[in-house]
Design a protein around this ligand. Structure first.
Ligand code: ASP
Length: 595
């Protein structure tokens, strides 16, 4: 019997219920279900069991074995819900107490045998095959769940932003190249052969212009594109909640974004995260050695420079900074008990990361230290070191002596290597990292400083006077949001004064003439009354992945690219027709020979 009621989520004109909804309370009802045949098993001479699947789950249907239905056929089955005979109840299945009997089956569409069983565990199927048949892969429970979590997150974010009076504005996809830092995807212009649009690495310029335009609070769940090597947390195309606000300071921005993130987390996990703590970039580096600290575990970096202030051990006495981490024997028994080979490997790793070396010490009874360098240290130094770290017998201590930044960076990486749990394993530890440096490192090509975030960040008011004299010491009013050691996103208070923007451009090696030529369209509007403003953007793919318990953002994106940037389903990227290239005024070089 088909429902005459108007469509609801459960019932449409073709079904009365969804497969996964049936329970003992439905016993005796005649229902019509639609879905895919998950499995067929012959049952005696005349009957067959058909497991019928839709996105809500699976239910067992007892059909006449003359019904010609096979795996993944699309069918409509009408039958009566009955309690399963004693001894056949399946406790592992939500519908396991019932089955559908006296079934009539209508085949809506036949199907070829799928290239892999849909109920097989995803990690048992080659990733290329999964992506080649992504539409089948998405039929699996895991992908169904992940995409629905994604939708929930997007919806919670939208609601949070609307509630805070943000206005959703769509910004262009075809735009000029911008100086935001990432390699851009270019789109050739047909009308102006030899000229190119860039696809947005983010809507940064547009959202700042919207502030000049008086929109006051803008948001968009925006698609961004960056031509950078793909990793577990990076795809060419990704989505971010992009937001900008006028007449604000950092605190306003952090509060607004926190609302959206917490609402999203609560929508998925049913529990609101604790208020997000803050740490300065300097403290993050000092304590965790990275600008995206994972606060789920200890092993913090401890500064022991003072312990060795009068040391005779050369490697220590000549160093600007000495730091150590304590690998607790109780928590990390394997790492703490590392033998010579593993310790050599750790030392090699430290050298690869830029350290001159790594000093290891094993703590024995009565603060005794076993280490190739122990003999160069005095008793009081050895004892003070153990005390400074609170070390006990069975711990392994790792020390780096170098510049402050190398010491922090190397030990921070070793800390992560040795102690960091997979990103998706709870608890969820959010942290705002604030006061990033305005510039990081010197570009090998221009010999000039490189922007820490992007060139539009407002310098910290206390540091502005050093912008020209000591640019590398200047902090930006820039901040990142970090979850379990993944950078979810970043933002800043922006420069709204054209002269300040020029000063920052000059530090980056962009002359006033260059700036006018390349970004005049952006600088010009700032002369017409730009309000103080700031904003933020965070990657929703990353947030969804962590909330869904996934380690790779590909698992929460419907149609992602492989690690090498291709799509096995559509074969993109593909060659194009020579006439298309001609129209665009493009001639291509032969592909470089594969090594
Ligand atoms: N445009 C920046 C980004 O995409 C975020 C921001 O500063 O608002 O990373």
């Amino acid at each position: 019997m088909t429902s005459k009621k108007p469509s609801t989520v459960e019932s449409t004109t073709m079904r009365t219920h969804r497969c996964g909804d049936l329970r003992a309370s439905h016993v005796g009802e005649t229902v019509t279900l639609c879905g895919w045949v998950a499995r067929r098993r012959e049952h005696g001479e005349h009957l067959a069991f058909v497991d019928l699947r839709d996105y809500t789950g699976v239910v067992q249907c007892v059909v006449d074995n003359s019904a010609d239905v096979r795996s993944e056929w699309v069918v409509q089955i009408t039958g009566t819900v009955q309690r399963r005979p004693d001894g056949t109840i399946n406790k592992n299945l939500a519908t396991g107490e019932v089955e559908l009997s006296n079934c009539s089956v209508v085949v809506l569409n036949a199907a070829e045998a799928p290239p892999f069983p849909i109920d097989q565990r995803a990690d048992e199927v080659d990733e290329n095959v999964r992506l080649k048949y992504r539409y089948l892969d998405i039929r699996r429970e895991r992908m169904q769940r992940n995409l629905r979590i994604r939708s929930k997150v997007n919806s919670a974010i939208r609601t949070a932003m609307e509630r805070q009076h943000f206005v959703e504005v769509e910004t262009p996809f075809l735009m000029p190249s911008t100086p935001e830092g990432a390699r851009e995807f270019l789109v050739p212009s047909r009308k102006e052969p030899g000229s190119f649009y860039a696809l947005p690495q983010s809507p940064q310029l547009w959202k700042q212009l919207l502030m000049v335009a008086g929109i006051d609070r803008y948001y968009q769940i925006a698609r961004c594109l960056r031509d950078e090597d793909l990793r577990a947390d990076r795809q060419y195309e990704f989505m971010q909640l992009d937001a900008e606000m006028s007449f604000v300071t950092k605190d306003d921005v952090l509060a607004a974004i926190s609302e959206a993130v917490m609402d999203a987390a609560e929508a998925v996990l049913g529990e609101r995260p604790a208020p997000i703590e803050r740490i300065t970039w300097h403290d993050a580096m000092n304590r965790f050695g990275v600008d995206k600290p994972d606060l789920r575990f200890g092993m913090e970096l401890v500064d022991v420079t003072a312990v060795f202030s009068a040391t005779e051990f050369k490697a220590f006495s000549s160093a600007e900074c000495i730091k150590a981490i304590r690998v607790e024997g109780v928590k990390y028994p394997e790492a703490a008990a590392s033998g010579r080979n593993k310790l050599d490997a750790l030392t090699d790793r430290a050298k690869q990361l830029g350290a001159k070396g790594l000093v290891w010490m094993k703590v024995g009874a009565d603060k005794a230290l076993e280490s190739p360098v122990a003999k160069f240290l005095s008793d009081s130094e050895r004892s003070a070191l153990v005390d400074a770290l609170g070390a006990v017998e069975g711990d392994l201590l790792l020390l780096v002596a170098d510049t402050w930044s190398t010491t922090c960076e190397v030990l921070g990486q070793l800390r992560n290597d040795l102690g960091r749990p997979p990103v998706h394993e709870g608890p969820y530890r959010y942290v705002w990292v604030i006061d990033f440096p305005l510039f990081v490192g010197i570009s090998a090509t221009t010999g000039k400083p490189q922007p820490g975030h992007h060139p539009f960040c407002q310098p910290h008011p206390d540091d502005i006077e050093r912008l020209e004299s000591d640019p590398m010491s200047v902090r930006a009013q820039a901040y990142d949001l970090v979850l379990n050691g993944w950078e979810l996103g970043s933002g800043s208070i922006r420069i709204h004064d054209p002269e300040m923007q020029r000063r920052v451009f000059r530090q980056l090696g962009i002359s006033d003439e260059d700036a006018d030529r390349r970004f005049g369209f952006f600088l010009q509007p700032f002369k017409f009354g730009a309000p103080p403003h700031g904003g933020f953007a965070f990657g929703t793919d990353r947030l969804v992945a962590i909330l869904a318990g996934e380690e790779n953002i590909r698992e929460v994106i419907a149609f992602p690219k492989t690690q090498s940037g291709s799509d096995p389903m559509t074969n993109a990227p593909t060659q194009v027709n020579p006439t298309q290239l001609q129209e665009l005024g493009i001639r291509t070089l032969p592909p470089p020979a594969k090594s």
